[in-house]
Design a protein around this ligand. Structure first.
Ligand SMILES: [Zn+2]
Length: 269
């Protein structure tokens, strides 16, 4: 998300919006103020809070908030560039460049909100501190604050903002911690390892994204079932936990143990 923000920061502020919309009915989540209220206004740039991108207008009156979820993609298309026929959301700028949101999925989950700055503050009030640069002390308070499976805790945006399931996989692998480990059981050394892994993995992801790397080039654990672990060579495993599929290395992370499917076991109980 930070890589997207950096990419969009300058171009979105270059020209005022000339035409707002169309938007897919499932994508645009607000109708008051109407999206046409953006027309004639210029953005100040791109900001980010956790996994949300924010585009405030330079008059300080409106903010476009975008949450891409899993399949959403946001692109700045220069004047004359090719654009999809049916984008989920489109903004056209004076001069002809466009900001385009597409979502290649049956179920539209990405969202665009047009809000006042006050409404954005209310919307984001529940977000935890940013993951990148959190540090072992703050992280220690968070992990010891409640006992949760590490994978679920890392993804909980109210506790730590900015980590999705893919990076939870990468971070836990790098920290050599089990996705099922209970957060309250972590000792100081493990908290430090987790903190270092969060920073190094998120920095690595940011750098690769800025270079335009694909998912396949970026993730070393996520969605690599059966491929050799890049550290020890053990085939990577996966397990279904709640509504997510977790990828992990049984040698590096779980002392050789294979994790049980928490979805299936609940059905069979
Ligand atoms: Zn391994």
């Amino acid at each position: 998300m930070e890589a997207w923000r950096r990419q969009l920061d300058e171009p979105v502020a270059a020209f005022p919006v000339s035409k707002a919309g169309p938007a897919h009915i499932a994508t645009l989540k607000t109708f008051d103020p109407p999206i046409a209220a953006l027309e004639g206004r210029r953005f100040r740039g791109a900001e980010r809070r956790g996994k949300r991108l924010l585009f405030p207008t330079d008059d300080g009156e409106l903010v476009v908030l975008v949450h891409l979820m899993t399949a959403g993609r946001l692109r700045y298309v220069p004047t004359g560039g090719t654009t999809p026929k049916k984008p989920a959301f489109r903004l056209e700028f004076a001069g002809g460049s466009q900001l385009i949101l597409t979502e290649n999925a049956k179920k539209k989950r990405a969202g665009v909100w047009l809000l006042t700055p006050e409404a954005v503050d209310a919307e984001l009030a529940h977000l935890g501190p940013e993951a990148l640069g959190l540090g072992p002390e703050r992280l220690g308070e968070i992990v010891h604050g409640e006992s949760r499976r590490l994978h679920a805790l890392l993804r909980d945006q109210r506790l730590i903002a900015g980590i999705g399931r893919a990076w939870a996989n990468e971070i836990l692998h790098s920290a050599k911690l089990s996705p099922y480990a209970l957060s309250a059981d972590l000792d100081d050394e493990e908290v430090t390892r987790l903190s270092v892994a969060m920073d190094s993995e998120l920095e690595r992801g940011l750098e690769l994204r800025e270079r335009g790397a694909s998912d396949a080039e970026t993730y070393r654990v996520h969605r690599r079932l059966g491929e050799p672990c890049h550290v020890c060579g053990t085939p990577l495993a996966q397990v279904d936990f709640e509504e997510h599929t977790i990828h992990y290395c049984p040698t590096c992370q779980t002392g050789g143990r294979v994790l049980k499917d928490r979805r299936l076991s609940r059905l069979l109980r």
